[in-house]
Design a protein around this ligand. Structure first.
Ligand code: TRH
Length: 399
């Protein structure tokens, strides 16, 4: 909690490049700063339709709205408003010129300015974290890098997340109840459950075939997205949302898109999580489940460096069999390799991989979470607070 005489006014600004991760991360951070750090948060987003997909309470046409005590504003409102005490631009999005001018006019004594960057396990991140980038007008913008080591800004993690997951794990009926409320049939007894939320990837047929031919039944939960078409191709039918079908040992279910608040339950319900991008990747680590990460593809193949950098950290303490099985599976998934053999080896090592995932989660949880580190970073060099009594324009709850 910040030790200021008035709640800190914090602006988060998010430009949706594509998919759901940009606003997904911004939304998590906004709520955590509000609920755990007592900030008054304004979240400016340029694509409220995408926001509404992960948070159905959002009304895309509204000029201003308050959801879960966070003030949500369309991107263009920057033009009319003064910045708060802290400004966090998400992922290097370009703020509107009028807003930048007002940050500069108020100056470093009044505004702390951060650029929250993308997550990477690469070594250079430690050196770049909290580096200042001098801006015209004599104000510094600080780079804030999430990461997996103590010298980075850490990962988003709500204070009660691991306790909630632990009580879910202790409650055998939790999965059944969650699945029923999503309209999904319970998986066959002793079935392996696999959650599929990845980018497009050809060559899925051998993987699906391997699951269909396996002695252990498998239930595959397919999230909305490009993989649905791949699966439909293999099935030679269109699987509608909520529909299930069976091929040999494999039951396939097409999931609805769930609100972000419920996404963790899908991960917790699965024995193996295929995740992607940034936010689902981090949540799978907090779920402490065996996972396969599909990195967000970059033109210059930079994502493969990110993949290798993460695998180095993730598997540093792993036993050789786990190391080899996970590396082979992740590389095959990301590099378009043949999946059948890698999957069979991965499944053969599942109990050890699960123990490894739990140990990794414990190791990560020893680090302070990202929101707390961000709050500490702005406290380290506090700017003079704005007038205590005046509520921020654009921060009033809607009547
Ligand atoms: O959606 P992503 O691919 O997001 C991003 C963006 O593409 C971004 O531009 C890029 O920079 C980044 O990846 C690396 O994957 P991600 O990050 O996992 O975000 C998905 C979000 O969607 C996450 O917050 C969980 C949420 N989600 C739901 O709320 N409900 C669902 O049913 C599903 C499947 C996901």
């Amino acid at each position: 909690m910040l030790s200021m005489s008035h709640p800190l006014n914090c602006d988060l600004l998010c430009h949706v490049v594509d998919n759901f991760g940009d606003v997904g991360v911004a939304w998590r951070l906004a709520r955590q700063l509000t609920h755990e750090h007592g900030c008054v948060v304004r979240l400016f987003v340029d694509d409220l339709n995408t926001f509404a997909a992960i948070c159905p309470e959002i009304q895309p046409r509204m000029g201003q709205q308050t959801v879960d005590s966070v003030n949500i504003l369309p991107w263009s409102r920057q033009q009319q408003l003064d910045p708060g005490d802290v400004v966090v631009e998400m992922f290097g999005c370009h703020l509107m010129p009028g807003f930048i001018e007002r940050i500069q006019r108020l100056g470093a004594k009044r505004v702390r300015w951060f650029n929250l960057e993308h997550l990477s396990a690469e070594d250079w991140v430690e050196g770049a974290h909290l580096r200042a980038s001098p801006q015209p007008g004599g104000i510094d913008k600080l780079f804030f890098f999430p990461g997996f080591t103590a010298a980075t800004g850490g990962l988003l993690r709500e204070s009660d997340l691991l306790a909630r997951r632990a009580s879910w794990d202790r409650l055998p009926s939790a999965r059944r109840i969650a699945l029923r409320s999503l309209g999904l049939p319970p998986p066959p007894e002793h079935a392996l459950t696999v959650l599929l939320f990845s980018y497009a990837r050809g060559g899925l047929a051998p993987w699906l075939q391997a699951m269909a031919e396996a002695s252990r039944p498998t239930t595959l939960w397919i999230c909305p997205g490009p993989m649905r078409a791949e699966v439909d191709n293999w099935l030679s039918m269109q699987l509608a949302t909520g529909q299930s079908t069976v091929r040999g040992s494999l039951t396939l279910c097409a999931l609805p898109f769930v609100p972000q608040e419920r996404f963790d339950e899908l991960l917790w319900a699965a024995d193996v999580c295929v995740v992607r991008g940034e936010d689902s990747f981090v949540r799978a680590q907090w779920a402490a489940r065996p996972m396969i990460w599909h990195a967000y593809v970059q033109h210059d193949q930079a994502h493969l460096d990110k993949l290798e950098a993460f695998l180095r950290r993730y598997l540093a303490a792993a036993e050789p069999a786990v190391h080899d099985a996970v590396t082979a599976m992740w590389e095959a998934w990301n590099e378009g390799g043949e999946l059948r053999h890698a999957w069979q080896e991965f499944c053969a090592r599942l109990p050890q991989i699960r123990r490894h995932a739990q140990a990794w989660c414990e190791q990560l949880s020893a680090m302070p979470d990202l929101a707390s580190q961000l709050a500490r970073a702005w406290q380290a060099a506090p700017a003079a607070p704005a007038e205590a009594s005046a509520p921020m324009p654009g921060a009033e709850p809607l009547k």
